[in-house]
Design a protein around this ligand. Structure first.
Ligand code: SAM
Ligand code: SF4
Length: 329
């Protein structure tokens, strides 16, 4: 196996792919309600092109792929595409991040396509608040989708919760109880100033440490030792809980020293760091019919451009303008 090390000796084994910038929600930290600038369809990579990038990545040592968006389940024939990704023998781990709205209908076909791991974004357990955060009245659809995904056998089911002060920080007890009663991994994600529509401000940001302190008022949190293939989440469990609590602290405790990932944007750019708009174009060489060897060089160039660490703590709003919906989170 070709091993791909970046300049700081980090092995790149994980590719996150935004398959579309379209979405059926308008989350306040991600997409605008008005003046939405969507990519031209011709600029979005075809499934065949994405598969080509995954094959190249796998030849260079990538073993894990996450499909995201926009809302990945909105893209036509996505189940067929997921099955194709699952068939790439060198890719050992395929997962999807979704807002869950379409899971009620799609959980079974996705499972049959070979998918086993799913992340569902759910920032609140209150339907009215859900509407305020996402600008759509879809809480019940997501909740039903979550139940179907669980019944079908997806495991683990991770729930992504972007913590926003004054918006959902009054619901920590409900999320804590959910992790005790259900086998879900509730993961608090720090709000990040990424994308021109993130609406981020220091006042709305809550650190993972603060959330953890508040959660500990409901009972002791027991740390779960890190497994080799764990991502950046710090994992905990309440006493006798069937689920888990996790913290993804990209802002406060950046995990750059162990960063193992590249991102592929919906319009075919390889993005070395989530927090920087420095990107390497792989779409043009793909469409110009360049050889596999040339494409591998492009991929390696993106790896070589990974910065040592991000500086999100000094990132000002507007500095990182690429919309989150084309990066995928
Ligand atoms: N539509 C899918 C979903 O929402 O799960 C996948 C795409 S979404 C861009 C991927 C993840 O990024 C979601 O969990 C979302 O909550 C997160 N996200 C989007 N904007 C964010 C921001 N400004 N700060 C932190 N997380 C963000
Ligand atoms: Fe859509 Fe996901 Fe962005 Fe929400 S976070 S607007 S669901 S892409």
């Amino acid at each position: 196996m070709a091993q791909s090390l970046d300049p700081y000796n980090r092995e790149i084994t994980y590719l996150r792919i935004s398959v579309t910038d379209r979405c059926n929600l308008r989350c306040i930290y991600c997409m605008p309600v008005q003046d939405l600038k969507l990519l031209d369809h011709t600029d979005i990579l075809s499934y065949e092109e994405i598969l080509e990038v995954i094959r190249i990545a796998s030849d260079l040592g990538v073993r894990k792929v996450r499909l995201t968006g926009g809302e990945p389940l909105l893209r036509r024939n996505v189940v067929h595409f997921v099955a194709s990704v699952c068939r790439i023998s060198q890719i050992e781990d395929v997962s999807v991040t979704t807002n869950g709205i379409l899971l009620k209908e799609m959980a079974v076909p996705l499972f049959e396509a070979g998918l086993r791991r799913i992340n569902i974004s759910l920032d609140t357990l209150n339907p009215l608040k859900y509407r305020k955060i996402t600008q759509r009245d879809c809480f019940d659809a997501v909740w039903e989708g979550l139940q179907v995904a669980e019944a079908v056998g997806f495991s683990p089911i991770k729930l992504n919760v972007v913590a926003i002060r004054g918006v959902n920080d009054d619901e920590l007890q409900h999320f804590a109880e959910l992790s005790v009663q259900r086998p879900y991994h509730v993961r608090f994600i720090e709000y990040m100033p990424i994308g021109r529509d993130s609406n981020w401000s220091p006042e709305k940001y809550i650190s993972s440490d603060e959330i953890k302190c508040k959660l500990e008022t409901f009972g002791p949190l027991h740390k779960i030792p890190r497994a080799v293939h764990d991502g950046p989440a710090e994992r905990y469990r309440f006493e006798s809980a069937v689920g888990e609590i996790g913290f993804i602290s990209a802002m406060s405790h950046h995990f750059c020293p162990s960063c193992n990932r590249l991102r592929l944007t919906a319009d075919g750019m390889l993005r070395p760091c989530l927090f920087a708009d420095d990107e390497v174009d792989i779409k043009s060489p793909l469409r110009n019919g360049r050889s596999q060897e040339d494409l591998k060089e492009v991929f390696q160039l993106a790896i070589a451009r990974k910065p040592k660490r991000h500086h999100a703590e000094v990132l000002v709003q507007g500095e990182c303008i690429r919309p989150m919906s084309t990066i995928g989170g």
